[in-house]
Design a binder for this molecule. Structure first.
Ligand code: C5P
Length: 315
């Protein structure tokens, strides 16, 4: 059967831990992070076309670049280059271009790696469209060249990221399902700016190499939501709050409403809260929404699977 259209569902991520080391000469920071994929997803369709194009609809669509800066289009080009090297690219007269259609539910510049997710989905989609036969590990290697968070969106689940965040090891976790509430902010933060603010806050002080939280990993192995809530941590939280002070009251409100843990996600400004279970998540979402401390709220669960093709009959 000739495949001409492939649709991929891909998750957003939160970082349960984000430990940031010193600034490296290449402008990045060494990290130790615990990525956790959640059930807030984008859908990306790739279709054979004469030329590469991208169309974006949904949440924050107007802020997503629709030119060569689009991460999903960069992913298409990167995979095409690798397939050309291996001789596994589009063949048999199939058009070499790809029309990418992105339906967004993950807010843009929110600390949830939505752009990276779309790039990961494009990799998984083109792999199928072109019958390229790359393994998940191959795709993660291509992903690492596109952005620090792209490889994790291919993998999904819960994983430890090192290096820039692209060197991944799946975490050993109990088969627990966690209930989270996300509080979306009325605004956006740029990731490089928040890293820059962290460097300024640290000033000339010596910065230790980042370390994985033994307590957080132990809580995940035990599937203990209470201990997990206490162990959440993010070195980018202080700089994110310094750039976006209302986040302080969002986090405080979550704690007052009984969240087991509360944290800024990645470089922010989305905050996330761990609930005791499904009904507590609803109570927490209602309370946060009523308190007027954020633009909107949503309930999600995690871990969620990584980028995966949606069978055509399910679309
Ligand atoms: O890799 P990505 O393009 O997502 O990174 C965006 C920016 O975030 C980088 O240009 C850098 O300023 C900052 N960053 C960092 N250290 C990391 C990841 C990102 O300083 N490990």
């Amino acid at each position: 059967m000739i495949v001409t259209t492939v649709t991929v569902r891909v998750p957003a991520k939160i970082n349960l831990q984000l430990a940031v080391g010193p600034l490296r000469p290449d402008g990045y920071h060494d990290l130790v992070t615990v990525f956790h994929a959640i059930s807030l997803t984008d859908e990306v369709t790739v279709a054979a076309a004469e030329a590469d194009t991208v169309t974006v609809s949904g949440e924050g669509a107007r802020q997503v670049p629709a030119d060569k800066d689009n991460l999903a289009l960069r992913a298409v080009s990167a995979l095409r280059a690798v397939t050309a090297l291996r001789g596994t690219g589009p063949s048999g007269g199939a058009p070499a271009g790809v029309a990418v259609t992105i339906r967004k539910r993950i807010p843009v510049a929110a600390g949830l790696a939505g752009g990276s997710a779309d790039a990961a989905a494009a990799l998984v989609g083109c792999n199928e469209l072109w019958h390229a036969g790359f393994s998940q590990q191959d795709l993660c290697e291509v992903a690492a060249g596109i952005g620090s968070d792209v490889a994790f969106a291919v993998l999904g689940g819960t994983a430890v990221g090192r290096g820039r965040g692209e060197r991944l090891t799946p975490a050993l976790v109990a088969p627990a399902r966690y209930h989270w509430v996300l509080a979306f902010a009325d605004g956006q933060l740029s990731t490089p700016t928040v890293y820059g603010a962290l460097d300024r806050l640290r000033g000339a002080q010596a910065v230790a190499a980042p370390e994985l939280s033994a307590e957080l990993m132990s809580a995940l192995r035990a599937g203990d939501a209470g201990r997990l809530g206490d162990a959440l941590g993010n070195d980018l939280q202080a700089p994110a709050i310094s750039m976006f002070p209302p986040l302080r009251s969002t986090l405080t409100a979550g704690r007052e409403f009984g969240a087991l843990g509360s944290l800024v996600s990645g470089s922010g400004p989305t905050c996330f809260f761990l609930a005791r279970g499904a009904s507590h998540a609803t109570d927490l979402a209602v309370a946060l929404s009523g308190a007027g401390v954020c633009r909107s709220v949503t309930r999600v669960t995690g871990p969620a699977p990584g980028a995966g093709v949606i069978p055509p009959q399910a679309i």
